[in-house]
Design a protein around this ligand. Sequence first.
Ligand code: SOE
Length: 384
Amino acid sequence: MPANRSLKIGLVGTGFMGRTHSNAYQQVQRFFPGEAGVALAAVCSRDGVKAREFARQWGFGSHETDWRRLVEREDIDLIDIASPNDTHAEIAVAAAKAGKMIASEKPLGRTLAESMRMADAADAAGVTSMVWYNYRRVPALALARQMIEEGRLGRIFHSRFKFLQDWTMSSELPQGGAGTWRLDAAVAGSGVTGDLLAHCIDAALWLVGPVSEVSGTAETFIRERVHTQSGKRQAVTAEDASLFLARFANGSLATFEATRFARGHKALFTLEVNGEHGSIAWDLHDLHRLQFFSHDDDGKLRGWRSIHVSDGDHPYMKAWWVPGLQIGYEHTFVHQVADFLAGLRVGEKRVPDFRDGLAVDAVVDAVLRSATSRQWEVVEDVGS
Ligand code: SOE
């Protein structure tokens, strides 16, 4: 793509994620003016009224009701997939064949086989891809990664990851509608493993390195729900809770937990990494703070310090307000687009791309296998 023209986006999906992506495309040109512009060419939803209204609200130039039209259109450079998981593979493969760049929500496919098809299609077509693991772009986590790369933690021994919610605890909640497709494994592929643990796994692979084997267990606490469309009671096929132990290629050990049944928690994503020289800890509810303990500190001053990651020296923060002022969840998506555009400008791959998404899905697959087999399972080598 020539550096002097805008990247033209065709977005599929008008739900929660469609909104986060659209907001990012709008904001990136205002706060990262050094990058190429973004043109919101078209949005697609099966529901024409929704598509038209979304286009008006978010500034898309046109709308479609069939994603195939988006893929055919010559005025679109990048197909962004923010529709439910059962649509990802078909759209991504068609987009790759049409030579479009592709961005996809996580997880890539419903199964490891679908995710592989997506990554292989992007590679075969030689198109640039991206998967929306937005939490990597929280400034405090980007700083954590820099600190680990600089060796400040030394050899890593332990890490622990949690993503806790409570929004599905009511047995009155139906399944199969907007948002609640996440409870139907036929659409979502899995429950919290692909939805929430995937974020934890992506952070783990990025901060700690490859996972070699896992031992997991999962549970569906409410086994039947009314289906939104049919009004009939149906089996719930996606797991409500999923926990696992992991062994990493570097010899370190980790615990992971995700649930939608932790009363009082809405989106408690926390992580901690313990190394030879130091530890870091982070909590999405206090996303600017990175807790850091350095054993190298002078003994009498040694203790956990709380770094408010909001200075001009901190990743991404220069683009926003003045030092000390906060940003939030939506900015992580803006940062991801800014990094993607920077990659295009200099002709370098930016992560996470589909290969990285595939690596997460290989761990998801091993966790689900282990929950069924009740054995340790080896993570498939997907060559990422
Ligand atoms: C709902 O569980 C959800 O929106 C997930 O689908 C997202 O991936 C997560 O970031 C927040 O919670």
